[in-house]
Design a protein around this ligand. Structure first.
Ligand SMILES: [Zn+2]
Length: 522
């Protein structure tokens, strides 16, 4: 079956564009009243209709019998656009043509009148990929556009487009396509193509596409190519190996086992695939919520299939309810206001969760609870929960008069990390287990971060953290050092302490336990 569904079913009018009503309505209004801008910027996740909308706009602007705002799709001009032979529509993929020469060449041509159409329309896709000099060349034309030229810029990463460019464009934000609209479109296509699909199968496909209609159409096509025209729910579930859905489950697993490297890799893979990271987080929180509901025994509210429910039940059987609740809080509070497409809020939530987790696993040298049999302590110990937020009292660790300063810092590094508790941005969590002091050169402390702790290094290198770190070094070691971070091999990571050093293990051995196997969980 030789068809590329997303091309074949590309919308030909603005009203056919799925799930972007606010944008298409505004454009229709502008077209109907002849208020045309010279530069448009379409921003949105991949597969949400940016270039499709741009092409329809270009066609509508040049349609010979446009009365309502929509292109007629019947005149010679519309036909030339639909058949891909309109010479006055120039498309450039900035991802593969980033250089200034490409833009110069394009802009030189902009000064010539259109060959056949009223307007010469330039669509520059992934415009954020242009080089700085290419942006500057584009800016000159945007400042004084020839009257017959219209620019349509499209991007998935609007924050990388210079403000001088965006301020000269009329901007439209395309949203991820809502699930019902996507399912409806898939149903329409399936019917037209003679595909027999369970409604639930189409819903799964739409959900897996996380808001990208192109992804959904490609998935549907993949199903047809592999399995023919009959598409059943179970089949879809099995095929959806590599989509957001499975990533969400993998991230949940990495999170609940406090596997930071795996979690960070997943979050970044999602971003690299161009998925909307906020939407991914929403779905992730929604998934964690279903874990919570199952854990509470309210599984009928979780909206899960029988198979998935069984899977989830077994995977969370050993995870306490409070941990799931804490994970939900951290991820639900991920703040994207300052960086809508950044992975950082999720990375921070993950690290926050895992570093709290580290405190509970007993690998830190916190005093263990008294065994029940021991005599009552003289004073009532404060409950651990309450003690946690109080910053510890900082004790000055003065260097021995004749010792080497670096050896002194190395020897007291763990105490230093403890003293960092309560600092802004949880410096202690970033330092713990991620680095070690290597040397002092010209009053600068060289901190070596292990290869798998690149994330922590990139955080600590931020000047705000460096300032806090310098201040804390002075407070603890009595001398102000600058700090430089370097990356060192994973082999430099100190081996985990032998189990027998853990007080909890000692206690158990004293009570007659035997060690049968050692497994180190980071
Ligand atoms: Zn027309």
């Amino acid at each position: 079956m030789a068809l590329v569904l997303y091309r074949k079913w590309r919308p030909q009018t603005l009203s056919e564009v799925v799930g972007q009503e606010p944008v298409t309505r505004t454009l229709l209004n502008a077209l109907a009243t002849g208020r045309v801008a010279h530069a448009y910027l379409f921003f949105g996740p991949r597969g949400t209709g940016k270039t499709s909308t741009g092409r329809i706009l270009a066609k509508a602007l040049n349609c010979l019998q446009n009365e309502t705002g929509e292109p007629c799709n019947a005149c010679e001009m519309c036909l030339s656009f639909n058949e891909g032979r309109a010479v006055d529509l120039i498309e450039l993929d900035a991802a593969s043509h980033t250089g200034v020469d490409n833009i110069r060449e394009l802009i030189e041509k902009a000064n010539f009148m259109p060959t056949a159409a009223k307007y010469k329309v330039y669509i520059i896709d992934e415009v954020h990929m242009l080089s700085t000099s290419a942006f500057n060349a584009l800016l000159k034309t945007l400042e004084e556009p020839p009257p017959h030229v219209i620019f349509i810029l499209a991007t998935t990463e609007v924050h990388k487009v210079p403000a001088t460019i965006t301020s000269r464009c009329q901007r439209f934000d395309l949203r991820r396509i809502p699930l019902p609209a996507m399912v409806e479109r898939l149903q329409f296509i399936a019917q037209a193509e003679g595909i027999i699909a369970d409604p639930e199968a189409l819903t799964l496909i739409a959900r897996a596409a996380t808001g990208s209609l192109r992804d959904a159409e490609n998935l549907l096509e993949q199903m047809v190519v592999h399995h023919g025209l009959r598409i059943e729910t179970d089949l879809v579930r099995r095929e959806l190996g590599l989509t957001g859905g499975s990533r969400i489950r993998e991230l949940a697993k990495a999170l609940l086992t406090a596997d930071i490297p795996a979690g960070l890799a997943l979050i970044n893979a999602v971003a690299a695939d161009g998925l909307d990271i906020r939407q991914f987080n929403r779905e992730f929180v929604e998934f964690l919520r279903s874990l919570l509901l199952v854990k509470c025994g309210a599984e009928e509210m979780a909206n899960l299939g029988a198979e998935e429910l069984a899977d989830i039940k077994s995977s969370i059987s050993r995870i306490p309810l409070q941990k799931i609740a804490r994970a939900i809080k951290l991820f639900a509070q991920a703040d994207f206001r300052y960086a809508p497409q950044s992975t950082l809020p999720l990375e921070l939530a993950l690290v926050d969760y895992a570093s709290e987790e580290g405190k509970e696993t007993g690998l830190q040298s916190e005093p263990p609870k008294k065994p029940i049999a021991s005599p009552p302590p003289a004073t009532e110990p404060e409950p651990a929960e309450k003690a946690a937020p109080t910053p510890p009292i900082v004790q000055r660790i003065a260097p021995p008069p004749d010792g080497s300063p670096i050896e002194h810092i190395q020897a007291h590094w763990n105490d230093f990390i403890k003293a960092c508790k309560g600092t802004p941005g949880q410096l202690d969590a970033l330092l713990r287990g991620s680095c070690k002091p290597l040397a002092i050169e010209d009053e600068t402390l060289i901190l070596g971060f292990f290869a798998k702790s690149k994330f922590q290094k990139s955080k600590v290198e931020d000047h705000r953290y460096l300032t806090v770190l310098s201040g804390k070094l002075e407070e603890v070691f009595g001398k102000r050092y600058m700090v430089r971070c370097v990356l060192i091999g994973e082999e430099n990571r100190p081996p985990p302490p032998p189990l027998t050093q853990s007080r909890m293990v000692k206690e158990a051995l004293d009570h007659g336990a035997q060690i049968v196997n050692e497994e180190y969980i980071r």
